[in-house]
Design a binder for this molecule. Structure first.
Ligand SMILES: O=C(O)CCC(=O)C(=O)O
Ligand SMILES: [Fe+2]
Length: 364
């Protein structure tokens, strides 16, 4: 502790957030480097690109009878249980999952959060295709300006990139009334998509279905947001222990192959499990929220400020500049900083790069 009652860890966390805030606002030296295509292309694997032109997508043909059947089944599961898994939508154009996996690993191995995968086109091309799918569940859906990415570590390997690890503590992302009308119809839905197969061994998601959740809309109660708590350790070597305030016997794992769409209501209890030593490949995933267009459900300035900018239309998602991408990633890392408060990527050796060899005319 220093004189202000701050520990060294507080100081490190605070300076990390100060840097991220600058990047979010588009100021400072790190921002100037990190908005450059050249900076990120060294992590590109499997032909992942950062293009200058607007991205083109077609989208899964949701008018096909088989897709319609899947969407109806999903809607029923959402209504009854508060979640759905759609494992086999046909993405058009096909999504380069292998390239995304290898690029997320390359970022992580160099000390960067896997969320910087959003500097590349591929996740945006994938998200762009989701709009007609989400239109089945939400009126003129728009993307909340907060996106995140995970690339888990096996036990003992956390120091090699734990910042992209699972969110282990059961939680709700929103309170009931922040994402549902009074009748319980969702106007915000969380989407979580596995970039690699998400299995029972490598860290799949778990949810408490709403039919088993006595506090699903019990917003005034302290249990509504306080669904779990980490128990203090008596000895440093004690295992992690938690107290859960919901019926453990009702939880539901959500394993799903790469490219699936997993969705849950924003106030559902959920958490990510840890990647076991036995897993062949760690779980990698991205997540985001869609909401009914702000033209139908207007948002206050303070609601917009939570994510740093207004929700995005499909056109906006397909036309993001690198500056906008890096700003969104920085804002998301600030929002999620309480899970993993720092990362090695800001080491001077990583960001103080020699830019002389870069093609300046090509800078975005
Ligand atoms: O992927 C995880 O481990 C946690 C995901 C999560 O909590 C979310 O997407 O809201
Ligand atoms: Fe969450």
């Amino acid at each position: 502790m220093d004189d202000d009652g701050m520990t060294l860890l507080d100081v490190i966390e605070e300076s990390y957030k100060v840097e991220l805030r600058k990047i979010f606002r588009g100021t400072g030296e790190k921002y100037d480097i990190m908005r450059r295509k050249q900076f990120w292309m060294k992590f590109s694997r499997g032909d992942l690109a950062i293009s200058e032109a607007p991205l083109q997508v077609e989208s899964p043909n949701i008018d096909e009878t088989e897709t319609q059947r899947q969407l109806e089944e999903a809607a029923e599961c959402l209504q009854k249980r508060g979640f759905f898994v759609m494992p086999d939508l046909k993405w058009a154009p096909e999504v380069n999952f292998k390239g995304m996996q290898e690029t997320m690993l390359a970022l992580k191995n160099d000390g960067w959060p896997a969320a910087f995968i959003f500097m590349f086109d591929e996740p945006w091309k994938w998200i762009g295709q989701l709009y007609p799918v989400m239109g089945h569940f939400l009126e003129r859906p728009e993307l909340e300006a907060s996106v995140h990415g995970w690339c888990l570590s096996k036990p003992g390997d956390e120091s090699k990139g734990g910042v992209s690890d699972n969110f282990a503590k059961p939680h709700r992302d929103y309170e009931f009334s922040q994402c549902n009308t009074e009748d319980g119809d969702p106007f915000i839905l969380v989407i979580w998509m596995p970039v690699s197969d998400s299995t029972l061994d490598n860290g799949c998601m778990y949810v408490l279905p709403k039919d088993a959740d006595a506090d699903f809309d019990n917003e005034g109660h302290r249990r509504h947001l306080g669904v779990s708590r980490n128990l203090p350790k008596e000895n440093p070597d004690d295992p992690n222990m938690s107290e859960l305030r919901f019926p453990l016997e009702c939880v539901r794992p959500l394993p799903a192959p790469e490219g699936s769409v997993i969705c849950w209501q924003g106030n559902m209890i959920h958490w990510g499990s840890k990647c076991s030593k036995a897993a062949a490949q760690p779980r990698m995933s991205i997540a985001m929220s869609f909401r009914v267009t702000k033209e139908v459900m207007p948002m206050t300035d303070s609601e917009i400020n939570i994510c740093g900018r207004a929700p995005l239309t499909q056109h906006e998602v397909l036309n993001l500049t690198q500056s906008e991408r890096v700003s969104m990633v920085a804002k998301s890392l600030i929002m999620y900083a309480h899970w993993f408060p720092t990362f090695r990527g800001f080491d001077p050796s990583k960001v103080d790069v020699d830019t002389e060899s870069w093609d300046l005319d090509n800078f975005k």
